[in-house]
Ligand binder design. Structure first.
Ligand code: SIN
Length: 536
C-alpha cells in the first residue's frame, strides 16, 4: 500500500486550509489533501466578502457588539474579540498574497469599497465585486503553488483519521495520519503526519436545498466525531434567506450585499414585508430574515419571495454585482429591471468540531479550522462575512501555536496497518447510494429546517437511524467510493444535528422550535463527546 509522510497534513483547500499550508510551509513539509480539484471549496463560491474594521468610523468594539448581537447570547466574547482584533493584520497578509479587493474611485473618496450586510451597523465588508471567494481562492492557490514545501494532492479523500487510541496504543491519544482514497485510481493509501489540520468546511449538502457546492458534505465533522473529538452546537444551521428560485439554478446565491446596497425583500405584489418582523427590515440578521420568509411563504402559499433593487441605477447594479447579474440574465432575469425570485437554503454550519481559536481540539496535534470548527465566534447565528475572516485568522494562530511546539516527531516507531477491505466487492447497487443520499437530504429539509418541532425531530431521528444502518451495511459489503464516503458523512452529521436540536429545549438564534419558543435566560453550548465516536 502506498504511504506518504509529511511534517504537516492539511485536509481541505479553502481559505482556512490554504492559509494554514502557507504558514506551516515555513516550518516543514506540508501536504494539502483535497477531495476534488483544489479550487473546489466553499470559499471559491463566497460572494459577499470578508468583514473587518477598516476605517476610523468603525471600531473593533462595534464589530464585536454586532457579532455578539447576531450570536444571540451564545458567542464566546473573548474569542470574538481576539478573532476580530486580529482582522486588520490578517487582511494585510491576504492582500500581501496578491488578493485584490474592490476599491472606490477618487471621485467616490478612494480607499476600499466596503459593503454592508445584515446585522452589521457599519460598512465593513471587503469584497472583490461579487466574486470575492474566487479572487481569494485563485490568489491563495497561486501563492501555494510557489511554495516548494507544499504538495497539493487533488482527488484524495480521507476515509478515516488514524489515532493512537484506534491503533490500541497506550500513549496519550494522538492523530498519526489518515487512510485516504485516491478517487482517480480507487486505491487507498496512508498519509502520515504528526500534526494534522482539518479545514474541510461545512456541510450544506446535508440539506436538500443549499447554497453550498457539491463538495460541502461535512466530511471533517464526521471524521472528527468518529475519531472521538467533541462536537459543539450542531443545531445552529444558518439558512441563507436569498438563493435564486429557478428550476435550473442549482445552489445559486443572491448575496446579502445586494440588500446592503438597498434591495428590499418584497412579496409577489411588490410589497415590502420585513418591517413587520424586525425594525432593521431587510437588513435584519439572517435567522430573523430566513424565518420571516419561511413564514410568508407558508402563510400565503407563495413558492418564493423577491428581491427588489429596481430603484437603483442599472449601471450601478450591473457593475457592483457582475456575477449575479450575468447568472440571472442566463435565466431570463434582468436584476436591474425585474424582481429577483428567492427562497432560503442551508448555507453555513455555526457549530462544528469544538476547537480553540488556534484550532486545537481534545486530541493533541489535531487542529480544526474554519467552518468545520466551532470556536465560539458565531454563537447561535453567524454575522455575515465573519467566516472567511475566522478561517484566515485561526490559520495564523494555529501556525503560531504549532511553531511553539518545536520540531514535529513523525513517530516512525508506530506501525500503521494496511487498509483492510474484509472481502468487500465492487458495488452492483449504486442506486442505493443515490436513493439514500436523496432521502437523508429530503428528511433534513422537511423535519430539521428553519422551524422545528419535537415531533419533526423525532421523525427525522428515526429515519436517519434506519438510513445509517443501511449505509453501514453497504459500507462494509462494497469497496469504498467517494460517493459512499460522502453519504456516510452527511448521514452521520445529520444524526448529530438532530441529536443536538433535540437536546436544546429553547429557541435561540438559528434554532427555532414551536415546542419551546422562548429563549432561556442562561445560554449553554450543546456538546456531544462520545468517547471514540462511532466507526461508521
Ligand atoms: C452572501 O454574500 O450573502 C454570503 C456572505 C456570507 O454568508 O457571509
Amino acid at each position: 500500500m502506498e504511504s506518504h509522510t509529511f511534517d504537516y497534513l492539511v485536509i481541505g483547500s479553502g481559505i482556512a486550509g490554504l492559509m494554514s499550508a502557507l504558514h506551516l510551509s515555513r516550518l516543514g513539509r506540508v501536504a494539502v489533501l483535497t477531495k476534488r480539484e483544489a479550487f473546489e471549496s466553499n470559499t471559491n463560491y463566497a460572494q459577499g466578502g470578508i468583514a473587518c474594521v477598516m476605517t476610523d468610523e468603525d471600531t473593533i468594539d462595534r464589530h464585536v457588539a454586532d457579532t455578539l448581537d447576531a450570536g444571540a447570547g451564545l458567542c464566546d466574547e473573548a474569542v470574538v474579540r481576539q478573532i476580530l482584533a486580529e482582522g486588520p493584520a490578517t487582511i494585510a497578509e491576504l492582500i500581501h498574497t496578491g488578493i485584490r479587493f474592490s476599491v472606490r474611485s477618487d471621485a467616490e473618496g478612494g480607499g476600499y469599497d466596503l459593503g454592508r450586510e445584515g446585522g452589521h451597523t457599519k460598512r465593513r465588508v471587503l469584497h472583490a465585486g461579487d466574486l470575492t471567494g474566487r479572487e481569494i481562492q485563485v490568489s491563495l492557490l497561486r501563492a501555494v503553488a510557489a511554495q516548494p514545501n507544499i504538495e497539493v494532492m487533488e482527488h484524495c479523500m480521507v476515509i478515516d483519521l488514524i489515532t493512537t487510541s484506534w491503533l490500541g496504543l497506550d500513549d496519550e491519544n494522538r492523530c498519526v495520519g489518515a487512510y485516504v482514497l485516491c478517487r482517480q485510481t480507487r486505491k487507498i493509501m496512508t498519509v502520515r503526519a504528526p500534526f494534522i489540520v482539518l479545514a474541510t468546511g461545512g456541510g450544506g449538502k446535508t440539506y436538500l436545498y443549499t447554497s453550498n457546492p457539491d463538495v460541502a458534505t461535512a466530511d471533517g465533522l464526521a471524521l472528527s466525531w468518529r475519531a472521538g473529538v467533541a462536537i459543539r452546537n450542531m443545531e445552529f444551521i444558518q439558512f441563507h434567506p436569498t438563493c435564486l428560485f429557478h428550476p435550473k439554478a442549482k445552489s445559486f446565491l443572491i448575496s446579502e450585499a445586494i440588500r446592503g446596497e438597498g434591495a428590499e425583500l418584497v412579496n409577489a405584489a411588490g410589497e415590502p414585508f420585513m418591517q413587520r418582523y424586525d425594525r432593521r427590515g431587510s437588513l435584519a440578521p439572517r435567522d430573523i430574515v430566513a424565518r420571516a420568509i419561511d413564514n410568508e411563504m407558508k402563510s400565503t402559499g407563495q413558492a418564493c419571495l423577491y428581491l427588489d433593487i429596481r430603484h437603483k441605477q442599472p449601471d450601478f447594479v450591473h457593475g457592483r454585482f457582475p456575477n449575479i447579474s450575468r447568472t440571472c440574465k442566463g435565466f431570463g432575469i434582468d436584476i436591474a429591471h425585474d424582481l429577483i425570485p428567492v427562497v432560503p437554503a442551508a448555507h453555513y454550519f455555526c457549530g462544528g468540531v469544538s476547537a480553540g481559536v488556534d484550532g486545537h481540539t481534545t486530541i493533541p496535534g489535531f487542529y480544526v479550522i474554519g467552518e468545520a470548527a466551532c470556536t465560539g465566534l458565531h454563537g447561535a447565528n453567524r454575522l455575515a462575512s465573519n467566516s472567511l475572516l475566522e478561517g484566515a485568522v485561526c490559520a495564523r494562530l494555529m501556525a503560531r501555536s504549532v511553531a511553539a511546539m518545536g520540531t514535529p516527531d513523525a513517530r516512525p516507531d508506530i506501525r500503521i496497518p494496511r487498509w483492510q477491505s474484509h472481502g468487500a466487492v465492487p458495488s452492483d447497487e449504486e442506486i442505493v447510494v443515490e436513493h439514500n443520499w436523496n432521502e437523508v437530504r429530503q428528511c433534513m429539509w422537511d423535519y430539521v429546517g428553519i422551524v422545528r418541532t419535537n415531533r419533526r425531530l423525532e421523525r427525522a431521528a428515526r429515519r436517519i437511524q434506519n438510513l445509517r444502518q443501511e449505509i453501514r451495511e453497504y459500507y462494509h459489503d462494497y469497496l469504498v467510493t467517494g460517493d459512499i464516503l460522502e453519504l456516510r458523512n452527511i448521514a452521520a452529521v445529520a444524526a448529530l444535528i438532530i441529536r443536538s436540536a433535540q437536546s436544546r429545549k429553547e429557541s435561540r438564534g438559528l434554532h427555532y422550535t414551536l415546542d419551546y419558543p422562548e429563549t432561556s435566560p442562561v445560554a449553554h453550548d450543546t456538546v456531544i463527546a462520545d468517547p471514540a465516536g462511532e466507526k461508521v
